[in-house]
Design a protein around this ligand. Structure first.
Ligand SMILES: [Ca+2]
Ligand SMILES: [Ca+2]
Length: 285
């Protein structure tokens, strides 16, 4: 009898999770819109038209500029990414800069637009972006959609949606300048400046609950291919800067990482659960 009720309970629980959500991971990100460059222009103010691409597993966006040795940027976003455990970085996207010494007008500025929907095998509840004033994810998503001239894709839960719009400016430096404008060694590196719409600091940090346990989700940029969170690029007053080497391919990685946050409220819930188990055992015996 005991065994039978245990089996029934397990089946019920499994069935409940399956019906609640298709995700089988602790946290899943699905790219539901964007993953593309937008409004990219050159130093003459002429548009640089992004070329979209991709397949079942990834979405790409490509821009190139320059008269002789073409420089280019390739954005590659994973269409679906699972995080199976806290503390493990998961790769969301890469930006590869093929940096050449070029003639003619160069890339001046642009945007990167992307919308990620989060889901979980457990019960997911998001709180807010960890910034002063703490707007909800839905507040930020609505503001981004208004700015980008977009709407929420059908069937997507706006409360679990991360809508991001990066604005960037690019500085192609004269390679023979002495000294280099950004103080780097010869030939002079080029520079990106990037800020996230709404003044949200980089890395992005979002508090969320999965099955009533508190986590901090960090979405960060790094040049480290293994996603060491200690190498994350930090914004200063909302602006992140980074240099890319001449005649080389530089890859900027975007990772997501969950960190478990023990909170008094969570411990309280856990305590109640243990209490419940203890009382049930008493009733059965
Ligand atoms: Ca260059
Ligand atoms: Ca340069």
């Amino acid at each position: 009898m005991k065994l039978k009720s245990l089996v029934t309970a397990t089946l019920l629980t499994t069935g409940m999770f399956a019906s609640l959500n298709a995700s089988s991971a602790l946290l899943t990100f699905d790219l539901v819109d964007g993953g593309e460059f937008r409004n990219t222009i050159d130093t003459d103010g002429a548009p640089i038209v992004p070329v979209p691409g991709g397949n079942a597993t990834e979405t790409t966006s490509f821009i190139s500029w320059g008269d002789t040795n073409m420089s280019n940027l390739l954005l590659t976003s994973q269409n679906s990414v699972d995080i199976n455990a806290a503390g493990t970085p998961a790769l969301l996207s890469t930006i590869k800069h093929n940096n050449m010494p070029i003639d003619g007008p160069t890339l001046a500025s642009g945007q990167i637009y992307g919308v990620l929907e989060m889901s979980s095998m457990g019960t997911l509840s998001t709180a807010h972006y960890k910034i002063p004033g703490s707007p909800t994810l839905a507040d930020v998503a609505n503001a981004v959609f208004a700015e980008a001239g977009e709407t929420l894709p059908g069937g997507v839960d706006i409360n679990n949606t991360i809508a991001s719009l990066f604005n960037f400016t690019f500085f192609e430096t004269l390679n023979s300048a002495t000294p280099c404008p950004f103080g780097d060694p010869q030939p002079c590196d080029d520079k990106f400046e990037s800020s996230l719409f709404g003044g949200i600091p980089i890395p992005i940090q979002i508090k969320l609950l999965i099955d009533s346990e508190a986590y901090m989700l960090t979405i960060f940029n790094t040049f480290d291919m293994n996603g060491d969170i200690n190498t994350a690029i930090m914004s200063v007053n909302g602006m992140a800067e980074f240099l890319t080497e001449e005649s080389a391919m530089t890859t900027l990685y975007t990772f997501a990482q969950l960190m478990y946050v023990p909170e008094p409220s969570t411990l309280g819930v856990l305590g109640l659960g243990l209490l419940g188990m203890a009382s049930r055992r008493k009733m059965l015996s």
